[in-house]
Design a protein around this ligand. Structure first.
Ligand SMILES: [Zn+2]
Length: 421
C-alpha cells in the first residue's frame, strides 16, 4: 500500500505539498511557499529515495519551495516547459525581493532548469520503480497541469488549481479524464458561484470604454503571470478603438516572451500575439508618468494594490473623477484593494487616500466556481475517493459536504496526516 502525506495547503491557501511513498521510494507533488513573514514552507521531506518532483503550475504557492528540495537530490523535476519557464521567472523575482530569507540560493533556483524533464500533456512517464506520471491540462494558467500518478495499479489525481471553463487565454481543463481511485482537489471557490464569464468580460470592457470616452484613464491592477495576459486578450477581442493605448507594466513582458515560446498552451496563439503587438511595455517611472499624462489603459501588478507598480499609478490617478480603478481578481481582506472597495478610502505607503476616481470590480476567476468544480470532479470515472485542500477551512468542509451529498466518499486533507492508498 502506498502512503500519501498532506504536507501543506491544508485548510488554507498557500504552501502546497503532497508526499507519496511506496515501499522505500517516494515522489513529491508541489512544494510551495506561503507569504508569511518570513516566508514559510511545508516540512522538509527525506530526499534519499525521492524518484521525482512534479509541479502542477508556476504560481509560487505551488512551486516556491522546489529549489529547497532540488538542492538535496538529483531527482528530476516534472512539469510542462511553460511551467518550468514561468516558475524560474517567479522564483528569481521572489529571490530578489526576499533579501536572503529563503532556505535556498540563486544556484539552487537554476536547478529548476537543469533538473527539469520537460513533460508535455498526455504523455506517460515512468519514474522510479512503482510510479508512473501523466500531466493533463488544468486550464488555470498557461502550462498548468492536473498531475496523475499511477502506483500499484491505483491512480491518484492531484488537481493543483483548475478551471474547467475556457477563457480568452487558457483552454479549459481536460474533460474525459481516465479512471482514478483517489482525487486530491483544490477547493478555493467551493462556496462561490461566479457570474457567466462573458458577462464579466462585457462588464469589464464597458467600464473601460465609459472611462476612456469621458476622457479618463483606466488602471487595472493585475498579477503579472496569467491575469495581465488575460486582460490583454479580452481588450484585444473587444471593440476598444485603437486610438487608446494599452500599457502593460511589471513582469508582463518577460511572461509574454515565455508564452510566445510556448504557444501550444494558449487558447488562441494568434489572438495572444495580436494582444502583445497592441500593448506598450512600461519599464520605469519616467515612462509611467508619461503614460498617465497621455491617458489610456494601464495593466500593472500587483492585483490588490499591494507592492508592484500599481500603487505608483494609483497615486497619479486616484483624484480624478474621470479615471477608474478596476479590480479583476478577488481582493483578500486586509489588502489595500479590499479596503478601497469596502470604504472608498485606502492606505497606501503609510498615507490615507480619499479616492475620487470610479472604483469597480469585475472578477475574472482562474478557478472553477463551486458548480464547475463539482461538475468536473463528479465526472471523473472510477468513483474516486476525494480529499479537499487549498481553500479556507470552511471551503474545504463545504466541498466535502457537497461531494458526500452526491454519495461520494470525501474528507478534508489535514496537515501532516498520512493516509493509505
Ligand atoms: Zn494558482
Amino acid at each position: 500500500m502506498a502512503q500519501l502525506t498532506f504536507l501543506g495547503s491544508c485548510r488554507e491557501v498557500g504552501r502546497s505539498g503532497f508526499y507519496l511513498e511506496e515501499k522505500k521510494e517516494s515522489i513529491l507533488v508541489d512544494y510551495g511557499v506561503k507569504f508569511t513573514n518570513p516566508p514559510s514552507f511545508p516540512d522538509m521531506i527525506p530526499t534519499d529515495n525521492l524518484q521525482g518532483v512534479a509541479i502542477t503550475h508556476a504560481h509560487l504557492d505551488h512551486s516556491g519551495g522546489v529549489p529547497r528540495i532540488l538542492r538535496e537530490t538529483d531527482a528530476s523535476l516534472f512539469c510542462t516547459p511553460a511551467t518550468r519557464d514561468l516558475s524560474l521567472l517567479l522564483l528569481r523575482d521572489m529571490y530578489k525581493i526576499s533579501r536572503g530569507r529563503l532556505p535556498y540560493d540563486k544556484k539552487d533556483i537554476a536547478l529548476v532548469r537543469s533538473q527539469c524533464q520537460a513533460t508535455p500533456y498526455e504523455q506517460t512517464v515512468p519514474l522510479g520503480h512503482p510510479f508512473e506520471l501523466t500531466l493533463f491540462n488544468a486550464g488555470h494558467i498557461p502550462g498548468s497541469s492536473l498531475v496523475s500518478i499511477r502506483v500499484n495499479g491505483k491512480r491518484i489525481l492531484f488537481t493543483g488549481d483548475f478551471n474547467a471553463t475556457e477563457s480568452q487565454l487558457n483552454p479549459g481543463a481536460r474533460k474525459n479524464l481516465p479512471k482514478h481511485d483517489v482525487v486530491v482537489t483544490e477547493s478555493t471557490y467551493a462556496r462561490r458561484i461566479n457570474p457567466p464569464r462573458e458577462k464579466t468580460e462585457e462588464g469589464l470592457v464597458d467600464t473601460v470604454l465609459e472611462t476612456l470616452e469621458r476622457g479618463g484613464s483606466a488602471l487595472i491592477p493585475a498579477f503579472g503571470v496569467g491575469r495581465s495576459q488575460e486582460i490583454m486578450c479580452i481588450l484585444e477581442q473587444s471593440n476598444i478603438p485603437r486610438k487608446y493605448p494599452i500599457y502593460v507594466d511589471g513582469m508582463a513582458r518577460a511572461v509574454n516572451d515565455i508564452l510566445t515560446r510556448h504557444p501550444e498552451y494558449l487558447q488562441s496563439p494568434k489572438s495572444f500575439q495580436r494582444a502583445v503587438k497592441r500593448s506598450i511595455t512600461i519599464h520605469d517611472n519616467r515612462e509611467r508618468t508619461k503614460a498617465v499624462k497621455k491617458g489610456g489603459i494601464v495593466i500593472s501588478p500587483a492585483g490588490m494594490l499591494k507592492g508592484g507598480a500599481s500603487h505608483l499609478y494609483f497615486k497619479m490617478m486616484y483624484d480624478n473623477p474621470k479615471n477608474s480603478i478596476i479590480f479583476v481578481s478577488y481582493q483578500i481582506p486586509g489588502t489595500p484593494g479590499a479596503e478601497l472597495l469596502a470604504t472608498g478610502k485606502v492606505t497606501v505607503s503609510n498615507r490615507e487616500f480619499e479616492v475620487i476616481a470610479d472604483v469597480r470590480q469585475h472578477h475574472l476567476s482562474s478557478h472553477s466556481d463551486s458548480r464547475g468544480m463539482l461538475d468536473m470532479l463528479l465526472k471523473i470515472p472510477g468513483e474516486p475517493e476525494f480529499y479537499t485542500v487549498h481553500g479556507e477551512s470552511e471551503s474545504c468542509d463545504a466541498l466535502v459536504e457537497k461531494l458526500e451529498k452526491k454519495g461520494r466518499k470525501a474528507h478534508v486533507g489535514e496537515l501532516n496526516e498520512t493516509v493509505e492508498i
